[in-house]
Design a protein around this ligand. Structure first.
Ligand code: NAG
Length: 492
């Protein structure tokens, strides 16, 4: 019997399991199969192989399915070869900053000092890489009075406008900010913003981390006061006290088990509190331990710190569950935890003082430069990468979660000695920020001189070196394999 004699719905089912190469081959065999692949094959492939990206989202809606698959295929291939275009997004700042990044489907915000820069995501006209341009900058420095740096920033839900942010300042205020983008036909207009104070912390405390999902805002103060607010029905919720110097929060409102995760400097550096009826529970539902193996009779307490938390990459071997966390630690390790797992750090425990510590399901590190991890984000090629910004030499490390022994690192343009304070990983782009500047690594095809904001031409400007050839789009960066030959990647 001929394959094409099968009913179309059976053929469509077969298509769903095919790779890009197989779909291409099949579409070249005959008219019937070609039209089935065109109509169903590419769409099925995209469904089974999602590639999450904010900056591409508007362009992807316009691209035919085959074009999207081609883009993803080429980006995945560049990831496998560690090939990308490196670009600073701006000239360096004049002083040393501790920048923070925030992203939405419309724009990337870089907060540095008391100001923000907004980079707007454009729509690609054809198959070129979707462009990003500087929409404007805005300073929150008061005309007279003390300038206060931004310590936390997040987009909050405003019905898809992507113009509303919550921004926390060193002086303890939390402000709700509404951006006023300049009209596109007026090149002289600048970015505006209206803002109002929504709360204020006292006694020198300030918000260190902000995260948001749906209409909920999670804030974590430097002294460990965690507050969950429903922005639609603002009230003054009671704070949960973590009683530790706190660094980072992560909010997950997924129906399978909403929770908030907190990174602190303490003997419980990473803990998870469940959320019920929009309230954070006072006691942790999970304590995440560093032990890979269980200790008897009791696990040694860990005194450490966690600075970065992210949801695991969608294509991780444990599935795409939001119950899997990736965390960046003081000791230079990136640790993954499956909150559904029963791998406790002590067998049979679960004491009166709370839940038994949970062991990581996977750990990763750069064996050559075991530096503290400041930031983590997941996604990338094949939806299976973890990116970690380290505390020194502007290094970002990448691991493919399917083979963590083949990790690699790269120094940001300019080779600063700085930490990488913030990273955001999309399917084909990594945004990062050092004390000197924001930058992007673009693994996708079609990057040209129009894709990113223009930078001054010429040799050695801002201490950077443009790459020869490829029409000077990319900049030189130093890459190195973690080169784990003979080195166990998974010791505790
Ligand atoms: C806190 O700092 C911000 C940014 O500099 C400023 O806009 C705000 O007015 C300050 N608030 C107070 C109460 O000082």
């Amino acid at each position: 019997m001929l394959l094409t004699a099968l009913p179309s719905d059976v053929l469509i089912l077969v298509l769903q399991r095919l790779s890009v190469g197989e779909l291409v081959a099949l579409s070249e065999t005959c008219r019937l199969l070609n039209s089935l692949v065109t109509e169903f094959g590419w769409a099925a492939y995209l469904r089974i192989n999602p590639r999450h990206s904010f900056s591409l989202s508007q362009t992807r809606k316009k691209w035919p399915t085959k074009m999207q698959v081609r883009y993803d295929f080429q980006a995945d291939r560049s990831w496998a070869r560690s090939e990308f275009v490196a670009r600073p997004l701006s000239r360096p700042w004049s002083g040393k900053m501790q920048p923070i990044l925030a992203i939405s489907p419309s724009r990337l915000i870089v907060a540095a000092g008391s100001g923000i820069s907004s980079y707007k995501f454009g729509v690609a006209r054809d198959s070129e890489s979707p462009p990003i341009h500087l929409e404007g900058t805005f300073s929150f420095a008061p005309p007279n009075g003390r300038v206060s740096d931004i310590t936390g920033i997040t987009f909050v839900d405003d019905g898809g406008l992507d113009q509303t942010l919550c921004i926390a300042f060193q002086n303890g205020t939390l402000q709700r900010v509404s951006l006023q983008p300049p009209p596109q036909d007026d090149p002289t207009a600048s970015l505006g913003a209206t803002y109002s104070v929504s709360s204020r912390l006292h006694d020198g405390d300030f918000i260190e981390s902000l995260s948001s999902a749906r209409s909920m805002l999670l804030s974590l103060s430097s002294s460990g006061a965690a507050t969950l607010t429903n922005l639609q029905f603002p009230s003054l919720p009671e704070a949960v006290a973590l009683n530790a110097r706190s660094w980072v929060s992560h909010l997950c409102l997924d129906s399978s088990g909403p929770y908030a995760a907190f990174g602190t400097s303490s003997t419980n550096p990473l803990r998870v509190h469940s959320i019920t009826n929009d309230e954070i529970s006072k006691v942790p539902s999970a304590i995440l331990h560093t032990n890979l193996h269980s200790d008897l009779p009791a696990p040694k307490p860990v005194t450490s710190a966690v600075y970065g938390i992210s949801r695991a990459p969608p294509a991780s071997s444990w599935g795409a569950s939001p119950q899997i966390l990736v965390s960046g630690w003081f000791d230079g390790y990136v640790r993954c935890y499956d909150l559904r797992s029963s791998a406790r750090a002590v067998e049979g425990a679960g004491s009166l003082d709370g839940p038994a510590p949970l062991r990581p399901v996977l750990t990763m590190k750069d064996p050559l430069q075991l530096e503290t991890i400041y930031s983590v984000s997941c996604g990338g090629g094949s939806s299976s990468h973890v990116a970690a910004g380290s505390a020194r030499h502007s290094v970002v490390s990448f691991w493919d979660i399917r083979s963590t022994r083949t990790g690699w690192g790269v120094h940001a343009p300019g080779n600063d000695r700085s930490p990488v304070y913030s990273v955001i990983l999309e399917s084909s782009r990594l945004y990062g920020a050092t004390q000197s500047r924001p930058f992007v690594y673009d693994f996708g095809p079609g990057v040209d001189l129009e894709t990113y904001p223009a930078l001054p031409e010429g040799r050695g400007i801002d201490g950077l070196k443009r790459k020869k050839g490829s029409s000077g789009i990319g900049y030189y960066v130093t890459k190195y394999p973690h080169s784990t030959r003979g080195l166990p990647a998974n010791e505790p």
